[in-house]
Design a protein around this ligand. Sequence first.
Ligand SMILES: *Cc1c(COP(=O)(O)O)cnc(C)c1O
Length: 226
Amino acid sequence: MSIKENVAEIRRRIAEIRPEGVILVAASKMNDAQRVREAIQAGVDACGENKVQEFLEKDALAAYEGAPKHFIGHLQRNKVNKIVGKVDLIQSVDSEELLRLIDRRALSMGIVQDVLIEISIAGEEQKSGIDPHSLPALLSFASCCKGLRVRGLMCVPPIQENCGGNRPYFAQMKQLFVDNSEKKYDNVSMDFLSMGMTDDYLEAVSEGANMVRIGSAIFGARNYGG
Ligand SMILES: *Cc1c(COP(=O)(O)O)cnc(C)c1O
């Protein structure tokens, strides 16, 4: 199937659960500029990269023209200055330190950087993301950062053997999203709940995701063999 057919099929399946309001982010790692352009032509809403270097290379080739750019991977502190202002949304902020660095860079550029807070919803220690209990403290910290705006939450739950295994995590994310929407912090608006990938995006949408990040179902399986 072509990228165009894949995107149409994903849209169709999502629409069966939720007819509108779900943002489809193409997770385009390991796909070249031409394939990224194809996905944009096929109508994805945004493109997400998870490596700074790969993003910069493809961005220099104007791969993302016509679509918003998201950074979705683990962001190292020493790469913050390369990303702030270059992408529309940094989805993967998981520490006060990162907020501070992003804020400082954005202020120096005279911009406001949109970010999501990444949650480690399954409590896997080796993974990125903050403990859900730390969210209120991080949001109050963010409310003092005039160079950024928190637009919602993101998670990457465990890879599951069983279909449906991440559903409880998605439900917990939705609850966290709702609970923290009611609290009013400056610079914080809970607009986006980013969860769901190729294997579980339908479950994520039915549990309340309004942003999904999909790679292989759009582009085909990634070849890690090099
Ligand atoms: C690669 C990636 C995805 C998409 O993965 P697929 O399983 O191929 O859909 C989503 N989110 C992040 C952070 C990724 O790195």
